[in-house]
Design a protein around this ligand. Structure first.
Ligand code: UGA
Length: 453
């Protein structure tokens, strides 16, 4: 919405949330306190906020005034009841639709921006029209059109992705509504990049795009395992296959497994949809993408333990990167969570570093309190972790370092200095291709790289 406001000075954008605390953080004069870290976001907010971009918790008033409403609430995987572990929880979409239905005035376009299961549009429409049919003077004049306009931005590059998208997808029944939304995007997106489809194609395209992307990551990760045992090099393989135009170079970076709030959730949602329609073989096909992803995390964990003589008990391991990827403070479904938990279970003492993730977030994710004392105190039976914002301190007296995110600063580490403070034999486990063999040449340190061994 910040990018929309930035490109359309004649449109007033109001972001509303029932969570007042969250809204006050978006209104904080100190832009470093915004709830989301995203390169370039603070700059855009500083240019638009209080001009044509507002953050408010007055939901009722904002809905009343709006011509177009984007429902942008989260749709996490259901953890209880029917479809538990696979289906999306639509309670917030539904409650938003009910609020819109109650407070909207006149003709309103309601846009599904959240990632939703196919045919959610029908549910939203049913909720909107059921209330508007209530006979009372104010609601008599209500009418709605529902559009699907899924978001394809990736975290870490969100502003760039929004500013120059590969495509904008608008699905719906009403040509009038589709054109109205398209006119807004035309302020900065070339017309040929705006795709217009029916509602269901749009909803399914979003899930399918994420499933295809996740499948690429699982495919390259599966090949990385073969590289390590055969002497092939994953970078050389990725480069060679990516040069085929039909395959393409992007999304072929191996890693500890995909994370983030989208891939796993959306594939499981697709799996649920397939099972619902009795398409069990198709469901199993997509499930495998998630299974390879779980396997990749397990594989990294086991390699660390094996290389450290089969035990990590009472060893200090430095974890570089806790977010699900670089350039974000988001840790949802981060492979680091699973890998760290397993290492702690095996008795390791972890010193965790991440440039943007806070200690509190890690406490939440690991479900275990940090041990604030120096990790070199090795008298405990169980493993532990501590948070260390200073990378060099984090690495001091470590037996091993495990790189799980490719933050820019990790490329610049001076291994010749670091090695002096590490316990011997010292190990670097690099799951993101951050450390080159040149960077450690002549140093007494072992390097294991994912997909290269
Ligand atoms: C993903 C999609 O890329 C977006 O198009 C989509 O809009 C978004 O989900 C969403 O549904 O909201 P995001 O999850 O933010 O975006 O991040 P990605 O860049 O796709 O990365 C996902 C995971 O895959 C990360 O853990 C990343 O490290 C991993 N990955 C990605 C790899 O391991 N290798 C790659 O080559 C690419």
């Amino acid at each position: 919405m910040a990018v929309l406001a930035h490109n359309c000075s004649n449109i007033r954008v109001t972001v509303v949330d029932i969570n007042e605390k969250q809204i006050s953080r978006w209104n904080d004069p100190d832009l470093s306190k915004l709830p989301v870290y995203e390169p370039g976001l603070a700059e855009i907010i500083s240019k638009t906020r209080f001009k044509n971009l507002y953050f408010s918790s007055n939901v009722e008033q904002s809905i009343k005034e709006a011509d177009i409403i984007f429902i942008s609430v989260n749709t996490p995987t259901k953890m209880h009841g029917i479809g538990s572990g696979q289906a999306s929880d639509l309670r917030w979409v539904e409650s938003s639709a009910r609020l819109v239905s109650k407070y909207a005035r006149g003709y309103t376009i309601v846009v599904e921006k959240s990632t939703v299961p196919v045919r959610t549009g029908a549910k939203v429409e049913a909720i909107l029209t059921s209330t508007s049919q209530n006979i009372d003077n104010e609601t008599l004049h209500k009418s709605f059109d529902v559009l699907s306009n899924p978001e394809f931005l990736a975290e870490g590059t969100a502003i760039e992705d929004l500013q120059t998208p590969d495509r904008v997808l608008i699905g719906g029944k009403s040509e009038k509504a589709i054109n109205a939304l398209s006119e807004i995007y035309k302020n900065w997106v070339p017309e040929e990049k705006i795709i217009k489809t029916n509602l269901w194609s749009s909803e399914l395209s979003k899930l399918s795009a994420n499933a295809f992307l996740a499948q690429r990551v699982s495919s390259i990760n599966a090949i990385s395992g073969i590289c390590e045992v055969t002497g092939a090099d994953i970078n050389e393989v990725a480069n060679s296959i990516g040069k085929d135009n039909r395959i393409g170079t992007k999304f072929l970076r191996p890693g500890p497994g995909f994370g983030g709030s989208c891939f796993k959730k959306d594939i499981l949602n697709l799996v649920y949809l397939c099972e619902h329609y009795g398409l069990y073989e198709i469901a199993n096909y997509w499930k495998q993408v998630v299974e390879i992803n779980n396997y990749q995390q397990e594989r990294v964990f086991r390699i660390v333990v094996n290389k450290l003589f089969g035990t990590v008990a009472n060893k200090k391991i430095t974890i570089l990167g806790f977010a699900f990827k670089a350039n974000t403070n988001d840790t949802r479904e981060s492979p680091s969570i699973n890998i760290c938990k397993k290492l702690i279970e095996e008795g390791a003492h972890l010193s965790i570093n991440d440039p943007k993730v806070t200690k509190n977030k890690i406490i939440n994710d690991l479900g275990i309190d940090p041990i604030e004392k120096n990790c070199t105190n090795y008298d405990q039976l169980l493993g532990s972790w501590s948070f260390e914002p200073d990378i060099y301190k984090a690495l001091h007296s470590s037996d091993a370092v495990l790189i799980l995110c490719d933050w820019e600063i990790y490329y610049e580490l001076k291994w010749s200095d670091i090695i002096k403070g590490m316990r011997k034999p010292s190990w670097i486990f690099d799951t993101r291709n951050v450390v080159s063999s040149a960077a450690i040449e002549g140093l007494n340190i072992n390097l294991w790289r994912l997909g290269q061994g």
